[in-house]
Structure formats: C-alpha cells, structure tokens
Design a binder for this molecule. Structure first.
Ligand SMILES: NC(=O)c1ccc[n+]([C@@H]2O[C@H](COP(=O)([O-])OP(=O)(O)OC[C@H]3O[C@@H](n4cnc5c(N)ncnc54)[C@H](O)[C@@H]3O)[C@@H](O)[C@H]2O)c1
Length: 322
C-alpha cells in the first residue's frame, strides 16, 4: 500500500510558522515573526534587574553566590535558595546589611517539585512577582557506566534538569499572563559538547540546554525571555571540592576538575557573573563566558567523526590509554 502526500499525517511542526530570525542579523532586541496574518516585529525591552525580583538557586556557593551578589548590586531584590544552610544565611546577612530587606534566603532542596514550588511561593510572598528565575543549582555526580549508580543518575536528572522543568512549570502561568518573565538556567559547556568521564553530567546538561531552547521556542512569542549559561571551568567547590580525597574516584567532583582544567581557562565566579549580567541586559540566549566554546561547538557539528576522535585523544591525555 502506498500513500500520497495528502494521505500522510502532517508532522506536528508543519503548522507552525517559524520566526524568520533576528533582523537585522546582529540585533538581539527585535525579531521578525511570521504569523498566518502577516509578519510582526517583536521589540523587546532591554532587561534591567533594578527593582526586579530575582531568584537564584544554588546561591550559597560558587557561581550562584556571585550571580546573587551581582544582581543585588544591580538593584534587584534577591531570593537566594540552597540546601547548604550556613553559607546561605551568611550571604543573606551580607546582602541585607548592604540594603535592608533586599534579600530573602530559602533553605530549599530543589531536587523535588515540592522544593521548587515552596521556593517560588516563598519568593512571591516576600517580594511579589518573580521577574527572573535563575535555575543554577547543579551536581557533578557519576562517572562511567561502571562507576555511576542509580542514585548518581537520579540525583543528576532531578537537580540538573527536572528542577528547571518544575520551576518553569510553577512560573509560566504568571509570566504568560503578564507577557513577561525571564528564565535563565546554568547548563554547562558539557551540555553543548560532552563531559569527559561522566555520563550523567553530559546527558543531563545536554537536556538542560534542550529544555532552555524549547522554552524559548515555545514561549518566546508570549513574552518569555530565556538564557542558558554554558561555562567551561569555573573556580568553585564543584571544580575543587573541599575535603575530598583524590583517590575517591566515584564522582567526577575529583577527576572532573582535572578534565576541566585540561580543557582550558578557569574563570572566577565573579567573572562569569559579569558576563551573565551583560548577556541578560541584552537578552541573549546563549551565554558563553569561555568564547572558545562556540568554536568547539562549531567543530562538533561540522565534522562529528573528527570531533569525537579529538575528544578521545583529550581523554587519553587526561586518564591515560584505556
Ligand atoms: N564550576 C564549573 O567549572 C562549572 C562549569 C560549568 C557549569 N557549572 C554549573 O554551574 C552551576 C553552579 O555550580 P558551581 O560550580 O557554582 O558549584 P558549587 O558546588 O560551588 O555550587 C552549587 C550549589 O548548588 C547547591 N545545590 C546542589 N544541589 C542542590 C539541591 N538539591 N537543592 C538546593 N541546592 C543545591 C549546592 O549546595 C551548592 O551551593 C551548576 O549547575 C554546575 O553544573 C559549573
């Protein structure tokens, strides 16, 4: 039996009118969108966090702490969330000393939907609307197939990707109703390329990039702004875990640091926060504090066989021959 084109079910995307891209090509702030009734130019205001409410997860340490300090310095009210209580409360005190009543700490475990909902409810009760949500908390668990157990995989999925989905789920109705909102996630260069040594990290960071892209495609015309932060090495506890013996090879926390350092420059969290602040002001989707990652990604898509061979070579250099 054969079927003519008209017999076939149309793919679900066939009815979607695609945006025809930035216009002019290097302008981030206007986009020509084609609809059934013609085209319309979507002009977006530049994002200014002054006077806005910004939520940052994983804010007790590292990149999240630097982001919270930076948004706060730029005039935002910040809701800082983490499961590490002592450094979280220290940061809350620090920020409220600078500007009374401008920071609210929420001790939260974002590895569950309830943890994300409770955080968002608490942010709204304290400051009203959430304007920008930064899904930044992440873990680097698991290594190869023999050294990643179910708990590594489950925690990686829950924290590195499901948390983004749960947060967006509880934010989106308000954002669509108001025609504005900003979701930013911290994925990783590993989400564009690969994390040598860790399957759970590679897979969940790729999923985080895919989810951020999907959000932008699906809700961008309804006012949602989305950015995705994809750094390479950053000088945080994730790269230099405190008090972890180097012969503990269970998690990439230990050897992962060697991998990331071998791949290139290691930035300070404050440098990353500066790049993020500029990108969010411009409402740019992809945030690459290490600009060379754009070239690595181009290499990957241009010639995947060559790129894979290069990654295997880098792996041999770090871990030795198999
Ligand atoms: N450091 C790097 O080289 C690097 C590179 C690329 C991407 N990243 C990503 O940057 C993000 C921040 O990492 P970092 O380098 O600042 O590491 P970090 O370990 O210093 O900070 C991560 C924070 O997330 C918190 N956290 C983890 N699980 C949580 C949970 N279930 N609930 C609440 N809080 C939780 C931790 O307590 C910690 O304070 C992560 O998503 C990480 O994957 C880091």
């Amino acid at each position: 039996m054969s079927s003519s084109p008209s017999d076939r079910h149309e793919p679900f995307w066939s009815g979607i009118q695609h945006g025809i891209g930035p216009f002019p090509p290097d302008a981030h702030r206007s986009e020509v969108v084609r609809h059934s009734g013609g085209i319309r130019v979507v002009q977006s205001e530049s994002m200014d966090v002054n006077g806005k409410t910004v939520v940052v997860t994983g804010a007790a340490n590292g990149i999240g702490r630097a982001l919270a300090r930076r948004f706060h310095a730029d005039g935002a009210s910040v809701v800082i969330a983490d499961r590490a209580e002592t450094p979280l409360l220290e940061l809350e005190r620090e920020l409220n000393t600078r500007r009374a009543g401008s920071a609210h700490a929420v001790l939260a475990d974002i590895s569950t939907e309830l943890g994300n909902k409770t955080l968002i409810d608490s942010a709204r009760q304290t400051f009203g609307r959430v304007h920008l949500f930064f899904a930044n908390a992440g873990v680097a668990f698991g290594m190869d197939l023999e050294h990643s157990d179910e708990s590594d995989w489950n925690a990686s999925f829950d924290i590195n990707i499901h948390a983004h989905r749960w947060a967006a789920r509880h934010l989106i109705d308000d954002w669509v109703a108001h025609g504005d909102g900003y979701f930013c996630s911290t994925a990783s260069a590993a989400g564009l390329l690969a994390q040598i040594g860790s399957a759970p990290y590679s897979v969940t960071k790729h999923a985080a990039v895919a989810f951020a892209e999907w959000l932008s495609i699906t809700y961008g015309d309804r006012g949602l702004k989305v950015s995705c932060l994809c750094p390479q090495g950053v000088n945080t506890n994730m790269l230099n875990p405190p008090d972890t013996p180097r012969d503990n090879v269970k998690n990439i926390d230990v050897r992962g640091g060697d991998v990331v350092r071998a791949a290139g420059a290691v930035l300070e969290p404050e440098e990353v926060a500066d790049v993020v602040a500029a990108a969010i002001r411009d409402e740019r989707f992809l945030i690459l504090p290490h600009p060379e990652v754009a070239m690595y990604e181009q290499n990957r898509t241009a010639d995947r066989e060559k790129w894979l061979a290069g990654m295997r070579k880098l792996q041999r250099r770090i871990f030795g021959a198999a």
